[in-house]
Write a protein that binds this ligand. Structure first.
Ligand code: AMP
Length: 305
């Protein structure tokens, strides 16, 4: 099954306790495409860039099955730019700059070839753009997954609430779940967020793993303790891409299969953290991913009879 992916294709500049990246390729949809490409053969990217974006990276996406006919290239304009600085624990960060540039006036166009897609991942982006994508789908897709962040809760909460009514799965981090629901307890937050639309909620907790909530059921996936975490930027998007890509490839959005999809997303995200930007994900081989999935299985295997 093909997958539509929506999100930023951007330049990032990141500082962590272990170094500075300088200007590098990033963006939610970049991580999503690289990650989902491990499972799904055909993805349709809906995004916008300026004329400053490197063609080599777009070629890399295409080589992984990401179709670019929904990627608008604006001549004479700049791509989205984000910069951030991580705290020592690497679980939290401060945003230093968010320059929307081309994104400020983006009017997304879903290509004809993508309109039959049954799986849609609305990656982190302006909720108005996410809504415009859903409005162009001739029929409701089988599964719509939404990823967002506090930035959009702060400046576009009403539009975000409209998108929430139309999605099946929401992925956000713990702090954002608390902000969106006004509840401290994550279980109460999940219950409240279900009433806003998504029947399934995933709360990402950085190095402490991820929680999946659906219909009173819960599943917990740990994050693999890593020896070296250089840069967690894009881990959330990588997670969402792996989760959505696995569900689209297996065409099975049941709770039991979502548990597996959460592990796939977590395994992929662990690689993203090992180097700055998209570097590690770009170099990742299928055998390495399989090995890491086995490590996850072993991490929580307590030999229950
Ligand atoms: P993550 O670390 O998974 O939260 O994602 C970081 C990526 O999200 C970076 O590559 C940024 O380019 C992108 N990003 C940061 N802020 C925003 C925003 N407000 N909207 C869309 N994408 C963003």
């Amino acid at each position: 099954m093909s997958l539509i992916i929506v999100g930023t294709v951007a330049f990032d500049d990141v500082e962590t306790p272990f170094g500075k990246s300088g200007r590098m390729v990033g963006g939610a949809a970049s991580y999503i495409g690289l990650s989902a490409g491990h499972f799904v053969k055909e993805q349709h990217l809906v995004s916008v860039i300026g004329d400053d974006f490197p063609q080599e990276f777009l070629d890399e996406l295409q080589a992984r099955g990401v179709r670019l006919d929904g990627l608008e290239v604006r001549q004479g304009e700049k791509s989205f730019y984000w910069s951030g600085k991580y705290h020592f624990d690497m679980n939290s960060r401060d945003t230093l700059a968010t320059d929307l540039n081309v994104l400020a006036t983006f009017d997304p166009k879903v290509p004809e070839a993508a309109k039959g897609a049954q799986y849609v991942l609305l990656g982190n982006l302006d909720p108005k753009v996410q809504l415009a994508v859903l409005d162009q789908m001739p029929e409701r897709p089988k599964l719509v997954i939404l990823d967002t962040m506090n930035f959009w809760m702060d400046i576009a909460l009403d539009a975000l609430k409209e998108v929430l009514k139309r999605v099946d799965v929401l992925t956000i981090n713990d702090e954002e779940a608390r902000q969106l629901s006004g509840e401290h307890s994550l279980v109460k937050a999940a219950n409240k967020i279900h009433t806003m639309g998504p029947k399934t909620l995933i709360i990402k907790k950085g190095e402490h793993g991820a929680l999946l909530f659906e219909g009173g059921r819960m599943f917990y996936a740990p994050a693999l303790p890593l020896e070296d975490v250089l840069d967690p930027t894009g881990a959330g998007d990588t997670f969402a891409g792996g989760f959505a890509g696995y569900l689209a490839a297996t065409d099975d959005p049941t709770f039991d299969n979502m548990k597996r999809a959460v592990i796939m997303g977590s395994a992929l995200a662990s690689f993203t953290c090992e180097a700055f930007g998209t570097e590690r994900l770009m170099a990742l081989k299928a055998e390495e991913l399989e090995g890491r999935i086995a490590e996850f299985a072993e991490l929580v295997n307590f030999g229950q009879a």
